[in-house]
Design a protein around this ligand. Sequence first.
Ligand code: HEM
Length: 392
Amino acid sequence: MTDPTQDPRFLQDPYPTLAALRSNCPVQPMHAESGGRPGYLVTGYAEAREALGDPRLSKDTAAFFAGKESRRRLHPAVAHSMLASDPPRHTRLRKLVTKAFTAGAVARLRPFIARVTEELLDRWPIGERFDFMTALAVPLPVIVICQLLGVPQNDRPDVRRWSGELFAAGRPDVIDAASHSMADYMTGLVAAKRLDPGDSLLDQLISVRDGTERLSEEELVSLAVLLLVAGHETTTNFLGNATLALLRRPAESDRLRRNPDDVPAVLDELLRFDSPVGTATFRFTTEAVTLGGVDIPPGSPVLVALGAANRDPVRFPSPDRLDLDRDAAGHLGFGHGVHRCVGAPLAKAEAEIALRAVLTRFPDIRLAVPPDRLEWRRTRLVRGLAALPVTV
Ligand code: HEM
């Protein structure tokens, strides 16, 4: 199989291709992935869930690339993040993060999220075409995550730029440079917070303990960068994808407009329908594994297509239909297993507040271009819109 993600039609609508691949075989070999080894693409729901829960499939990229020649110069704090590690290291870091990043921390942030959303909506030009992504979906998550971590206001434009650059698909030098800028910045911020503590999540992470365990300086910097990056781009894409799905379906939008209290209950279906981490999350096998009846040799990259799994008709009947009454719990939009998204409650709080505000405040919001003219981001990691032109 050649890489379909390079095809512009695939970027527009990957689901027919993914469905064809899935019905052909839910686990199938792909041509040379990283390091020249053949990779395997997982498109079935049961197989994807199994892969994400199997400890023989590793996230430890450093181990995967060990001994291979590489010109990559990612900062170690980015290369060895919690997301790129396996138990027991992962278990230890994750336990410390969940002690600090609690439901209470998200609840305390809700009034701030609502205020920032309203301020952004205040600036929307009535009667003119503008880009929803620039006007809400991009700025809101980055402002929220900076607030959560205690990044001072003046530093936020830099942080936002580096965070964007870390997703610069196909430009490894830009990504590597941004990883250093971001990690150096966070090292300074941690040092400043030690001298002058506050009450942000970063301050909590600095003081969090598990018996005698605590986070080292490098682990703190690494976690801060991971939270910033993981918490920003994905939520941006979710806001864009969910808004597009609703704009294309006026009956569903009207229903939510009339019953805004239904918004929290439909977020899982919106995430299932057009998953922001759509195309692939990556693992590699540490030993021989049989997945979906396919034998995968040790050391093989495995790409788990969450968006494809979420459209598997065996698990979700009529999967290509957005059905706001569907019980979509169990979707894989936030992953599954030990790495399941730590920020899911925050992402949902942001989406709930933003979608509710947009629908009720701007009942006439419309797409300003035909859906097949929309431009999607050229990256294999996430599925998101480059721009979403609308009018209100
Ligand atoms: C992990 C999706 C928002 C922080 C993940 C994973 C997925 C995901 C699929 C697992 C990746 C894997 O197993 O390879 C999403 C989506 C979001 C979102 C779709 C928005 C709708 C956030 C937010 C934060 C966050 C707001 C932080 C504030 C993280 C972290 C991990 C993670 C730290 C790594 C967890 C671990 O390794 O144990 N996310 N995420 N995410 N996410 Fe999210």
